[in-house]
Design a protein around this ligand. Structure first.
Ligand SMILES: [Zn+2]
Length: 85
């Protein structure tokens, strides 16, 4: 299965949260690796987007969207560090 990088998450995360999290630093719940969300390995888009850790392939986050709803699962991330303007 092929994947793209985490930059693919920019639009969906902005639509859900109102901010671009691709430059945010995420910490993997599986191995503790820390890096930009943009470095995640992203699979999808059907049935949803799945972002995996580039170090251990743990699922970091999932996004499923319909025409009028979105579901965001962040359970694979211990934390997300966002730089404030
Ligand atoms: Zn990991």
């Amino acid at each position: 299965m092929t994947h793209t990088d985490g930059n693919l998450l920019a639009g969906p995360l902005r639509a859900i949260l109102g901010v671009d999290l691709t430059t945010a630093q995420g910490t993997c719940d599986g191995c503790g690796a820390r890096g930009p969300i943009a470095s995640a390995l992203v699979y999808g888009p059907e049935p949803g987007l799945v972002a995996r850790c580039p170090s251990c392939e743990n699922v970091l986050l999932r996004i499923v969207q319909t025409a009028d709803r979105a579901w965001l699962d962040l359970r694979g991330l211990t934390s997300i560090e966002v730089a404030l303007a």
